[in-house]
Each structure stands twice: as C-alpha cells, then as structure tokens.
Write a protein that binds this ligand. Structure first.
Ligand SMILES: Cc1ncc(COP(=O)(O)O)c(C=O)c1O
Length: 285
C-alpha cells in the first residue's frame, strides 16, 4: 500500500487524517503545487518551490519551504512506484483552528500533505502516441487572484466541468474584453504566421512553470519568436496552432477548438520543435 506524506510523517493513505476544522477543508485556505517527475527526476523543482513560497507569502501562511527537505520527500514518494512518469501534489493549508472564523488565526501550525500519482508519459513528437486535446471556450468567471496557486479551486472546477459537459478535454477562458486568460487547468499558447504568442502574466492567470520552461526552451534551442502579448478570442479561433501547457501535459497540442479543427486536426510543425526543445531543456532548469 502506498504512503502519503502528512505533517512530517509517511503514513498509509487510509490512515492519513486531518481535522474537519482544518481551514483547507472549511475555506480552501491553502496553497498547492504539482511537480512532474520522469524516472524519478523532478522538472522545474526550484521554480515550483519558489512559486509555492510566493503564494504562501501572498496569503500570509507562515511555512518555511525547505528545498532540500522537499527534494527528499519527493524522492521517497515517487520511489514507491515503478511508474516512469509521476506527479507529486503538495498542499499546505493554514492549519486547524478551534472554530470556523474567517480571520487568519494567529497560532495554527500549517497542515502539510503530499502524495505521488501516475501521470501520462512525456510528450514525444517522434512517437506514434502524441496526446492531442479538444477544447471549448467560455467566459472566465473566476476570481481576480488567479496568479495565486490557491487550493480554492471551485471556479476552475466549474469551468473544467463546463468543458466535460461539452464533451471535450479542456476549456479556454476569455475575459470581458474577449482576451484569452488561460484554461481551467493549463496555460495557453497560439502560433500564427510562424510566431508563438501567449498571454502576458498578470492576476488573471497562473504563472505556469511549464509556460516558463516552454518559453525559455524555445528561446534557447530554436530561432522561433515568442511574444507575451494579449490574444483575442478571434485570434485563438483563427490560429495556425493552439497549445495548452501544464505540469502533467507538458505542451499539449490542441486539435480542435469549439468543434473547429486546428491545423487539420494534427499537431503542428512548430509544436514538434517546441516539444523537442522542451524535452532537451526540462531537466536543466
Ligand atoms: C489554472 C491553471 N493554469 C495553468 C496551469 C499550469 O501550471 P503549471 O505549468 O505550473 O503546471 C495550471 C496547473 O495546474 C492551472 O491549474
């Protein structure tokens, strides 16, 4: 039976318990990360840990993130399984209070939970089994602090379900100016006339680690231009290629948007170069 990490100990999943007074349970008051690993090696670990530190600081949860300690915990969690590709979920909530009361309590110890789970194999542009995605679009109805990787994910969950109800894998969201923000659980890129575009970072989207690694890898290993610039819904619908990025998908080629095929329903040439660059770069950052 596999073990999870809870508050300093490795315990059987069934034996891991938290109080119903935990603020993570009552308010979604916490910060989380998902770190991809391949053959036990994490991708972008320092970047993920820095984002976790930033999020904890934003919401004033006093938890010192120790990179060395987390390197060991991640190693122990993934070594329990022989699966080639695993993600590690880390969740730090504000902890357990004696009552349900909105204000931050002053004396709770954070609840810290982590576990490993299998993820799809790494995207390989040379393989016959490239995973492509079908998406729909919808107005972004989440909160104004999407740059915080908060465990309060009901807005994202509802949008993701909107995609499931439409029979597709993901939903790409746009704001009141019809500009793309991100997807329910991914960042978004498009390709038009040989140039790659992705929305600039602000409080309406998560600063995705895969987004960053993708931009850095393309800049390092190719001469294709990448622009962080607003993308209109119309530009999305008329793009040569569309990609969604996340820790578990890497760079996911989108094959259709709202039922309309992108690049005749095939992963594009630029995607192949981008995913190759990503694979070369991913263990170096
Ligand atoms: C809303 C949202 N945007 C973007 C991403 C991609 O982030 P990352 O590349 O760090 O996994 C995620 C990942 O879970 C997400 O939930």
């Amino acid at each position: 039976m596999s073990k999870v990490y809870l508050n300093g100990a490795f315990v059987n999943t069934e034996e891991a318990k938290i109080s119903p007074m935990d603020r993570g349970f009552l308010f979604g008051d916490g910060i989380y990360e998902v770190i991809p690993t391949y053959s036990g090696k994490p991708v972008g670990l320092k970047l993920h840990m820095q984002r976790m530190k930033n999020g904890l600081k934003e919401v004033s949860i006093d938890y010192p993130v120790d990179l060395n300690a987390w390197t060991d915990i991640i190693d122990k969690l993934v070594s329990q399984s022989s699966s080639e590709s695993q993600g590690v979920y880390i969740h730090v909530s504000r902890g357990t209070d004696s009552k349900r009361y909105h204000a931050y309590p002053s004396n709770t110890a954070p609840t810290v939970f982590a576990y490993a789970f299998d993820t799809p194999p790494s995207q390989d542009s040379l393989s016959a089994s490239i995973k492509g995605f079908h998406v729909t679009t919808g107005e972004d109805l989440r909160w104004q602090r999407c740059h915080i990787k908060s465990t309060s994910l009901l807005g994202n969950v509802m949008h993701f379900q909107q995609g499931q109800d439409a029979g597709v894998d993901e939903i790409i969201l746009y704001n009141e100016r019809n500009e793309i923000t991100e997807a329910a659980a991914c960042n978004v890129f498009i390709v038009k006339d040989g140039v790659i575009y992705t929305p600039p970072l602000d409080n309406h989207l998560l600063p995705g680690i895969t987004r960053k690694i993708t931009i850095d890898a393309i800049s390092k290993y190719t001469d294709i231009g990448v622009k962080e610039a607003p993308i209109s819904l119309d530009e999305l619908l008329n793009a040569d290629e569309v990609w969604i990025t996340s820790s578990s998908k890497e760079i996911g080629p989108v094959l259709s948007v709202d039922g309309k095929l992108v690049n005749d329903g095939e992963p594009g040439e630029v995607w192949i170069k981008a995913q190759e660059a990503y694979n070369k770069y991913k263990f170096t950052c």
